[in-house]
Design a protein around this ligand. Structure first.
Ligand code: GLU
Length: 505
C-alpha cells in the first residue's frame, strides 16, 4: 500500500448532497490536507434505479463552493480512474469470481419469490430470516447443489447472485480510529450479496475493490456504514489485501437531539439542510441551500467542522487553513452531534464582520441592481462599513440601510406618533431653513451646528432629533443621524424634511 495518505469521498448520485455528506467530505479533505495526502472523489453510481440527473454536478459544485475541491476524480484523472463506478463495471465480476475460486463466495439461485416466502414463513414464527451458515445448505446455491446442477443452471442462463460466505464460529476484532476496538461474532452475519443478477456489483464489492485499486489508506465515512465494517474487513482478508484504516463519523441529530437530522426538520424549522439550492428534476420541488440563503462558505465550513469534532481548546472560529492544521481524527466524537441552526447564524455573523468591505459592497450591489438602484461603488462601500456591525447577511444591509439609497416611502405609524407632535411641523420648517445655511455638511460640523441651534432655541434635543430621524429614515432606527445626513447630502436631507412636513402635518 502506498505510504501517502489517500482518502476518498464516495457519494452516490441519488439526489442533492445532504449537509451530513458535506461534513464527511470536509473531514476527508481536512485529514488529507493535514497529512499532505490526496482527496479523491469517487461516484458510486452502480444502482441505476436510484440515479438522479444532475446530482453529480451538484456534489462537485457543493465541494467547490465550500472551498474543499477534490484533487482527483471525475475530470481530474491521476492514474486511478475512471472515478465513476458505472465506468468501472467490467472490473468487478473478475473479483467476485476470484472469491468463488477461493471458496469465500458462492452462486445463489434462489428467486426473489422464494426468498420472500422464506421471509414470510419466518415472520409468522416470530423469527427473522437470515441467509447464512445455519440454512445455506437448505437453500439453492453452489454449496448445496452438485457441480453439474450448478453448471446446468449457469448454462441455462438462470439468474443468480454471488454471495459472500461468512465464516462460522469466529470472533472478528475490528478497529475504528474513533470508536476503538470492536468484537463481532460472525454467526450473526448474513451472507451478503456481492454481485447482482443484473451484472452489477453491490455497494460492498465495488467499494472494497475500488478502495483497494485506488490505494485508499483511510476510509472516513458516516456511522450508517459501521454495520458493514465486518463484511468489509472479511472481504479484505479474503482477497489477501491490507485493509485501510476506518473512521466512522457520528450521526448528525435533530436540533431537539433525538433522531437523525432530516430534510423535513429543515423545512419545519426554516433552515437549509443542503449546501446549495436544489431543484428536483422530476417533481420540480425546490429545497433551500445555505448559499442562496446568504450564508458564507466559511460559516458553513466552521459550523460543520464542529459538528462532531472540537480542537480541545476554547477557540471556536477556524478558517479552513487553520482547520487543516488543527483537525485530528482521534478527536472526533463517538456520540451523535446535535444540529444547531442558530450556531450557523452566529458563525455567519462573525464571518461577515471579517469580510472585506469592498467585497461586501460588491455583493450588496448585486442586490441593489435587482431593485433597480444604482449607486457609486465607493458610496456603497462606505455605507457597508457604517452599518456592518448590525448585519448577519448581505441582504440585511437593505433593511439596515435602505435610507442611504432611497427616501422613506412611508413613515412608521407608531414611531411617527411618538416623534411628531403638534408643534413639530413648525419646528422642522425652521430647522430646514437653518440647514440651508449650514455650509459644511460633514457629520461633525453638522452636529456642532445643529446642537448650537437647538440650544439657542432652549428646547430638548429629542424634540428635534426624533422627528428629524423620522424624516430622513422613516422610523426611529438606524445609525448616527448626522452620518446619514452627511451620506445623503444637504439637498436630499432638506427634501426629505419637506416631504415629512407635508405628509405628517
Ligand atoms: N456510496 C456510499 C454512500 O453513499 C459510500 C459509503 C462509503 O464511504 O463507504 O455513502
Amino acid at each position: 500500500m502506498s505510504s501517502k495518505v489517500r482518502v476518498r469521498f464516495a457519494p452516490s448520485p441519488t439526489g442533492p448532497l445532504h449537509i451530513g455528506g458535506v461534513r464527511t467530505a470536509l473531514y476527508n479533505y481536512l485529514f488529507a490536507k493535514k497529512h499532505g495526502g490526496d482527496f479523491v472523489l469517487r461516484i458510486e453510481d452502480t444502482d441505476q434505479n436510484r440515479y438522479v440527473e444532475g446530482a453529480e454536478d451538484y456534489i462537485i459544485e457543493s465541494l467547490n463552493w465550500c472551498g474543499i475541491p477534490y484533487d482527483e476524480g471525475p475530470g481530474k484523472e491521476k492514474g486511478y480512474g475512471p472515478y465513476r463506478q458505472s465506468e468501472r463495471k467490467d472490473k468487478y465480476r473478475e473479483y467476485a469470481e476470484k472469491l468463488i475460486e477461493s471458496g469465500d463466495a458462492y452462486y445463489a439461485f434462489d428467486t426473489a419469490d422464494e426468498l420472500d416466502a422464506h421471509r414470510k414463513d419466518h415472520e409468522e414464527k416470530g423469527k427473522t430470516f437470515i441467509y447464512n451458515w445455519h440454512n445455506r445448505q437448505k437453500l439453492k446455491n453452489s454449496l448445496s447443489l452438485s457441480e453439474e446442477e450448478v453448471q446446468q443452471k449457469i448454462d441455462a442462463e438462470e439468474a443468480y447472485v454471488i454471495r459472500f460466505k461468512s465464516p462460522q464460529d469466529e470472533t472478528l476484532h475490528l478497529k475504528d480510529v474513533i470508536r476503538g476496538e470492536m468484537e463481532i461474532d460472525t454467526n450473526i452475519l448474513d451472507d451478503k450479496v456481492l454481485f447482482k443478477s443484473d451484472g452489477m456489483p453491490t455497494y460492498h464489492l465495488a467499494n472494497i475493490v475500488d478502495d483497494h485499486l485506488m490505494e485508499i489508506t483511510h476510509v472516513i465515512r458516516g456511522e450508517e456504514w459501521l454495520p458493514s465494517l465486518a463484511l468489509h474487513y472479511m472481504l479484505y482478508r479474503a482477497f489477501g489485501w491490507n485493509a485501510p484504516e476506518f473512521a466512522h463519523l457520528p450521526l448528525i441529530l435533530k436540533p431537539q437531539g433525538k433522531g437523525k437530522l432530516s430534510k423535513r426538520d429543515g423545512e419545519k424549522m426554516g433552515f437549509p439542510v443542503f449546501p446549495l439550492e436544489w431543484k428536483d428534476p422530476k417533481s420540480g420541488e425546490i429545497s433551500a441551500g445555505y448559499k442562496e440563503e446568504g450564508y458564507f462558505p466559511e460559516a458553513v465550513v466552521n459550523m460543520l467542522a464542529f459538528l462532531g469534532w472540537n480542537p480541545g481548546t476554547e477557540q471556536e472560529f477556524f478558517e479552513l487553513e487553520e482547520l487543516t492544521k488543527a483537525f485530528e481524527l482521534e478527536r472526533v466524537h463517538k456520540g451523535g452531534a446535535k444540529f444547531d441552526p442558530e450556531k450557523t447564524k452566529w458563525f455567519q455573523q462573525h464571518y461577515i464582520q471579517l469580510a472585506d468591505n469592498d467585497f461586501l459592497a460588491g455583493e450588496f450591489e448585486k442586490y441593489l441592481v435587482k431593485k433597480d438602484i444604482t449607486a457609486d461603488k465607493k458610496y456603497i462601500s462606505d455605507v457597508v462599513a457604517l452599518i456592518k456591525e448590525r448585519v448577519v447577511f448581505v441582504e440585511d444591509f437593505w433593511e439596515q440601510g435602505y435610507f442611504f439609497f432611497i427616501a422613506p416611502t412611508s413613515f412608521d405609524p407608531k414611531d411617527s406618533k411618538k416623534a411628531w407632535k403638534e408643534d413639530t411641523s413648525e419646528l422642522m420648517k425652521e430647522l430646514k431653513e437653518f440647514l440651508k445655511s449650514v455650509e459644511d455638511f460633514k457629520a461633525e460640523p453638522l452636529q456642532e451646528a445643529v446642537k448650537e441651534w437647538i440650544k439657542s432655541k432652549e428646547i430638548g434635543f429629542g424634540k428635534v432629533m426624533m422627528p428629524l430621524r423620522i424624516a430622513l429614515v422613516g422610523a426611529l432606527q438606524g445609525p448616527d443621524l448626522y452620518k446619514i445626513a452627511e451620506f445623503i447630502g444637504k439637498e436630499e436631507s432638506i427634501d426629505r424634511i419637506q416631504n415629512a412636513i407635508e405628509t405628517l402635518k
